[in-house]
Ligand binder design. Structure first.
Ligand SMILES: [Zn+2]
Length: 369
């Protein structure tokens, strides 16, 4: 089976295979059932899942939008019709330059598909003129359509229940980001990688459709559904009650379950000793002490991991001459859902709700539209 799993490392993301991926974090959206919270919910999840999301695609000076019968509007007034070109930070529609007073403009195509920078996107485009002589390009579309361009970038496996779990997480994250600003999230690893129509595949489309409107909640709020590639046997605590460390025996087949690497210590001077002196509850490195001709340095586990590009800080170290040998477990931060673990659970017959409830404690899996 062809497994492609992308992993999340906090804000920075490393992609194992050919596509991008993104972390999911800081997600809280009210979905409580009381009337006050219901109002808040409805403001985010408009009219039965017809919620639109605004995805920032980039800032450009020169570009072209391609689509069938393109039309530009500002509010209810038509700005122009025809080919949309951006030249030196100015937009022209049907050969006529858009007046500075007309921004932002909304571009729509008769078939709801617009191409930009070699990629096709569903929905509409919003163009804002920036003082930097650039045009900000935003794709505005239904959240369920958005997920079709996201989930395949996050997890590409054959296990249907793992894909459904991934769809629920990506949806929760996206919903929590709708705050009414110029845009809600970026199409990159900073939020969730979104590659438009080209990314869409049948099996992730199906997983999205079959979980339509379903999110994870904790005490009536959409959860901060963080996840990473391979926990290596145990996830770690996050800063939320439902992000609690737990044993995972489902990711043993991951190529990152156990690993070894070797690194030169030259950046730290003439090193006499290096040792881990603090680990967290899950066994991940918190602090390292290095004694060298430069004195004693204490570095954080996260800094240590970044410095040597380690797959995780779930590791042990041994000094050998001017090198350290690292033996490690897992890939990614290890908080929340373990993606290889989710695949392992699906292989054992677990359904997506059980998978989500295994990695996020005391949550509910609810359909909110
Ligand atoms: Zn795991």
């Amino acid at each position: 089976m062809n497994i492609s799993i992308y992993l999340k490392l906090g804000v920075a993301v490393i992609c194992l295979f050919d596509l991008g991926c993104a972390p999911v974090y800081n997600t809280t959206t009210s979905v409580a059932k009381d009337s006050k919270s219901r109002k808040a919910k409805e403001s985010k999840v408009h009219s039965g899942g017809k919620s639109e999301i605004k995805v920032f695609l980039g800032e450009v000076s020169d570009a072209e939008l391609i689509g069938n019968n393109l039309k530009a509007e500002n509010g209810n007034s038509e700005v122009g019709k025809g080919i949309v070109r951006i030249v030196n930070g100015n937009v022209s529609i049907g050969g006529k330059e858009v007046s500075a007073l007309s921004y932002p403009i909304e571009i729509s195509a008769s078939n709801d598909i617009i191409a930009f920078n070699g990629k096709s996107y569903r929905g509409k485009f919003l163009l804002h003129k920036l003082s930097s002589s650039k045009i900000q390009i935003i794709n505005k579309l239904n959240i369920e359509d958005y997920l079709r361009g996201v989930v395949p970038c996050e997890l590409r496996v054959g296990e249907v229940e793992a894909l459904k779990a991934q769809a629920v997480i990506a949806r929760s994250f996206a919903l929590s980001k709708i705050k009414g600003g110029k845009y809600d999230l970026k199409a990159t690893v900073e939020d969730q990688v979104y590659n438009g129509i080209e990314a869409e595949i049948k099996r992730t489309d199906k997983a999205i459709k079959e979980t339509r409107g379903i999110v994870c909640t904790y005490r009536g709020e959409v959860i901060d559904a963080r996840y990473s590639s391979t926990c290596g046997g145990r996830t770690q605590d996050g800063d939320k009650p439902y992000l609690e460390s737990r044993v995972c025996q489902f990711c043993k087949f991951s190529p990152h379950y156990r690993w070894k690497s070797e690194h030169l210590l030259s950046d730290f001077g003439k090193v006499r000793s290096i040792r881990i002196y603090k680990k967290d509850k899950s066994g991940r490195v918190d602090m390292i002490k290095i004694v060298s001709n430069k004195g004693t340095q204490e570095i954080r586990g996260t800094t240590f991991r970044a410095k040597f590009g380690l797959k995780s800080r779930f590791c042990d170290i041994r000094m050998k001459g001017n090198k350290i040998q690292v033996t490690g477990k897992g890939y990614g931060h290890g908080i929340g859902l373990c993606q290889y673990g989710a695949v392992g659970m699906a292989r054992k017959g677990y359904k997506y709700k059980s998978i989500l409830k295994y990695y996020y404690k005391r949550i509910k899996v609810e359909k909110i539209y």
